[in-house]
Design a protein around this ligand. Structure first.
Ligand code: AMP
Ligand code: MG
Length: 408
């Protein structure tokens, strides 16, 4: 059976970034820019006041004196000066307003006294450029502002908007179909009949996918019946990725791998040495010129198995589709706060909670939570992530360093 690392390497081999598209700034949030962004003009395009106050000539301020100057025009943000400033004159300017030609400084309103067409300045030192953002003080026309491949963070989007770009070329969000399979499932707003359970996987995977920047679509519940299952899975294959839960183990009604094969989805691997989540299935439908096909993950039905499969394999694949490296450097090394007896021939991903490390300043520590296994959402909903215990029977002592896969 494949190890986690071997399986991840196979996933990485299959994924290419999606082709860039032109979209609105809002849709591009968090995506990667797919073009160089170059300044088409100086920023700012005019000498701009940084404060509410009075534009002056520094030559009128001798030896920190406080001169009295004649008040000329008032320039609000959005207006333009009508003429250059003359010696002995001042002009009122608001924050963001253009400073008149010849003026070389702005004195803050708070250090001035205006009355009857004159402005008296408190004694102070005034130097050229004071409280003025000079034309091209941010950048010159032609400067590379954001390189292709940069993340479109909120300030990056603001920069685009400031340049008048309302659309941008970016790597798009992967469209992800989510299919929950199982005759026993009812929607969360229903009361389960005998032997039935509520579908909890769909909302979990939908949220996880959104958190990664993907655009999920939840399909109707799929029963464990070949024809209906095939119809729903076929609809899901139109996306860039499909997440199917349940029906991938060795049970009599575990039809997902066979139905996917009927639909032309080629299996890349089935089963990985880990706990929980061993029966995970991965494959892809053949691509064509315009698309690389659909990446398909069959995740075991138990919620914590599906979660582990998502964090270990689906999340890296989504990152790659979005043009990022598969792994964010986030598998942490943390101190274990309690003894933990591990048994089993597979590495185990056990829910654990972060705690303030006793006695060690600022050091991260985690404590394993009570957990009844892969169906137990209570334990994992009270956890911050999963502590990783390598295969083998042994007691991990409090204070030992273990690896930790964070949820958030
Ligand atoms: P399976 O992988 O189909 O053998 O399912 C394994 C276990 O997970 C069974 O107990 C299922 O009832 C449960 N299960 C399957 N799908 C879901 C789901 N969408 N939400 C919650 N539990 C599920
Ligand atoms: Mg099932």
């Amino acid at each position: 059976m494949l190890t986690v690392d071997e399986a991840l390497a196979l996933v990485v081999q299959e994924v290419r970034p999606l082709s860039p598209v032109v979209c609105s700034l809002r849709d591009a949030r968090g995506c990667l820019l797919a073009e160089d962004l170059v300044a088409d003009a100086d920023q700012p395009t005019f000498d701009k006041s940084l404060v509410d106050g009075y534009a002056v000539l520094t030559a009128d301020f001798r030896a920190d004196s406080g001169p009295v100057l004649n008040l000329g025009e008032s320039i609000m943000a959005g207006q333009s000066p009508s003429r250059p400033l003359a010696p002995g004159e001042t002009a009122q300017v608001m924050t963001g307003a253009p400073v008149p030609d010849e003026a070389d400084a702005v004195v803050m309103q708070e250090r001035t006294h205006a009355s009857e067409g004159k402005v008296r300045f408190d004694p102070q030192s005034v130097y050229p450029g004071m409280n003025v953002l000079a034309r091209a003080g941010i950048c010159r026309a032609g400067t590379l502002l954001l390189a292709s491949g940069s993340a479109l963070s909120p300030p990056a989007l603001a920069l685009l908007a400031s340049l008048g770009q309302s659309r941008v070329r970016a790597v798009p969000r992967p469209r992800v179909s989510i299919v929950s399979t199982g005759d026993e499932l009812v929607e969360p707003d229903r009361v389960p009949g005998p032997g039935q359970i509520r579908n909890s996987n769909a909302i979990m995977l939908e949220s996880l996918a959104i958190d990664q920047g993907a655009e999920p679509r939840v399909l109707p519940l799929a029963p464990d019946r070949r024809n209906e299952l095939r119809e729903i899975l076929e609809a899901g294959l139109g996306a860039d990725m499909m997440l199917v839960t349940g029906g991938v183990s060795a049970g009599q009604r575990d039809l997902v791998p066979a139905v996917l094969a009927e639909l032309g989805v080629q299996c890349v691997f089935h089963k990985v040495r880990l706990k929980p989540g061993k029966p995970i299935w991965f494959g892809r439908s053949p691509g064509h010129q315009k698309s690389q096909g659909c990446l398909v993950f069959g995740l075991p039905g138990n919620p914590v198995s599906a979660l582990v499969g998502f964090l270990l394999f689906v999340k890296p694949a989504i990152r790659m589709l979005m043009g990022r490296p598969p792994l964010s450097a986030e598998l942490e090394s943390v101190r274990l706060a309690n003894d933990f007896h591990h048994r089993g021939d597979r590495p185990t991903y056990h829910p654990a909670r972060r705690i303030a490390a006793p006695g060690s300043a600022g050091g991260a520590a985690v404590q394993t939570v009570e957990w009844a296994g892969s169906a137990d959402l209570v334990g994992v909903a009270n956890a911050d992530g999963l502590a990783v215990f390598p295969a083998g029977d042994r007691v991990f002592q409090a204070g030992e360093i273990v690896r930790f896969l964070p949820l958030g």
